[in-house]
Design a protein around this ligand. Structure first.
Ligand code: 4AD
Ligand code: MG
Length: 462
């Protein structure tokens, strides 16, 4: 007998086949006519498979009639055409109970729980419709990311999780150490990190970019896709302390090439999700965000707006909108400003570029005006920034000056500077926050609900 998934068993072509399915009971309903309906889900799709369990099954009274949400079962039987909403159902010849779930203590009963409540049950929430759908869409997005870059001739490189350098220069790094916290070795009144595991202060990476640049300036087009860590104490619906980032890096590319790649890349992800996750996306459109599908469809046929930071500031000031934080040239845009631009001013994805050099990291290429850098941020409705990137500074002297301006010691980055000493080339890249794109696609309001095990200040239990 063939074992098939619920997803397979729901296809009309399966009618007449005798199969085995395995999954978890969502509901049980007993009919007066002496049989029961079970709804079974195995995570392969949003929808359940309906099982007809007849009273003449040998374990009908003792087991089938005691099944409740959360129990795990094996069902064998013939797939029949269904009279209900679904195409198919299965007429059980055998129902085997693998694991019981006490209805008095299993938390996921019929009642719908809030996403906040479900965060306390990170070990059980993937068994709900919403978290199952998020997991499948997240998986599709990851597949599209690899498919896109592989088809475009990019090489997947693995950059280290443990590093000694702060790529973003924001000092938001988690320290990695094996020193005894109760007895720290000291020299000249300071902690002596030469006695630490790596003989120097080391941290969890905030970005794989600097190492990706090493590979791009040897192999041309590369991308990284891995976990990144930020010890930033922000409790917002868009920040995680541990998140996944995709970072393409391309030799012989400038900022315009970078913007075009980012746009093409995002459109590919959206098109793939629409093509391959339609059932899950309908769920998001019905339950979470009305425009979940229509806005992705609209983006496919549109062009992202491109505008400079300076123009954006002018438009924000001219809008007359009351913002909590005032807008002025030289200050970073707040999320309310970004959302105003992408949601109200343009109502589509927006790529902002050429930010003031004082608010951007050392590695971004300085423009001829010497006041701005070749930076770009991609903003989308509902989320704000999902991509940050730039053309990189390829001129050795300019880069060294920028480092000193930002209180970095150029000698600490000697290997990074070597890329400019030996065969330097114009190059560019960006970082896409995986969870931000999953948030945008699904319409989920809180970033904690689009990663299986969210790490935020004060939260690391599961
Ligand atoms: O703008 P960021 O800080 O850029 C970089 O790290 C560059 N080194 C990338 C590059 O050019 N290779 O981060 C890139 C993206 C942001 O646009 C955002 O989507 C996401 O990473 N991100 C976060 N996502 C969740 N939680 C956080 N705390 C995030 N910080 C950044
Ligand atoms: Mg950024």
């Amino acid at each position: 007998m063939n074992k098939v998934s619920v997803r397979q068993a729901r296809a009309k072509a399966m009618i007449g086949e005798v199969v085995r399915i395995q999954g978890w009971v969502r509901t049980r309903r007993d009919s007066k006519g002496g049989f029961s309906f079970l709804e079974i889900n195995d995570g392969t799709c949003l929808g359940n498979l309906q099982v007809i369990a007849d009273a003449d099954l040998p374990n009908y009274e003792d087991e089938v009639k005691k099944l409740s949400a959360g129990c795990s079962v094996t069902i064998e039987g013939e797939i029949k055409e269904s009279g209900g909403k679904q195409e198919t159902e299965i007429l059980a010849a055998r129902v085997e109970v693998l694991g019981w779930a006490d209805p008095d203590s299993f938390p996921l009963q019929k009642k719908r729980h809030s996403f906040e409540k479900l965060r306390e049950w990170a070990h059980l929430r993937p068994r709900t419709n919403a978290f199952g759908a998020v997991a499948r869409v997240r998986n599709q997005i990851c597949k599209s990311i690899h498919d896109f870059f592989q088809e475009e001739g990019f090489l997947y490189v693995h950059t280290p999780v443990i590093t000694a350098s702060d790529c973003e220069g924001a000092g938001e790094m988690f320290r990695v150490t094996t020193l005894d916290m109760d007895q720290l070795p000291r020299r000249d009144g300071r902690v002596d990190f030469t006695q630490d595991f790596f003989d120097r202060p080391s941290y969890l990476t905030v970005s794989g970019q600097l190492e990706a640049e090493i590979y791009a300036t040897a192999l041309g087009k590369v991308y990284t896709f891995g976990p990144t860590f930020r010890a930033e104490n922000s409790n917002t619906s868009r920040h995680l302390s541990e998140f996944w980032m995709i970072e393409p890096e391309m030799a012989f590319h400038d900022l315009d090439d970078n913007m075009s790649l980012a746009e093409q890349f995002l459109k590919r992800i959206f098109a793939d999700v629409l093509a391959h996750c339609s059932e899950d996306m309908e769920f998001f459109a019905q339950r979470i965000e009305k425009t979940a599908i229509s806005r992705l469809e609209a983006i496919a046929g549109s062009q992202f707006v491109r505008l400079s930071y300076t123009e954006a500031v002018e438009r924000l000031i001219a809008s007359g909108e009351k913002f909590e934080f005032p807008v002025s040239w030289g200050h970073d845009l707040q999320s309310e400003h970004e959302r105003f631009l992408t949601e109200k001013e343009f109502d589509c994805p927006v790529i902002l570029s050429d930010y003031p050099c004082t608010i951007k990291p050392f590695y971004m290429r300085v423009n001829d005006d010497e006041k701005t850098v070749r930076a770009m941020d991609v903003l989308v409705p509902g989320v704000g920034e999902i991509i940050g990137g730039s053309q990189r500074e390829e001129r050795l002297e300019v880069l060294e000056t920028r480092m000193r301006d930002q209180d970095l010691v150029p000698e600490d980055y000697w290997w990074y500077l070597d890329l400019r000493r030996f065969g330097t080339v114009p190059h560019a890249g960006f970082g896409l926050g995986l969870e931000r794109v999953v948030q945008f696609v699904t319409g989920m309001a809180n970033i904690r609900d689009v990663i299986p095990f969210p790490r935020t200040p004060g939260n690391a239990e599961f």
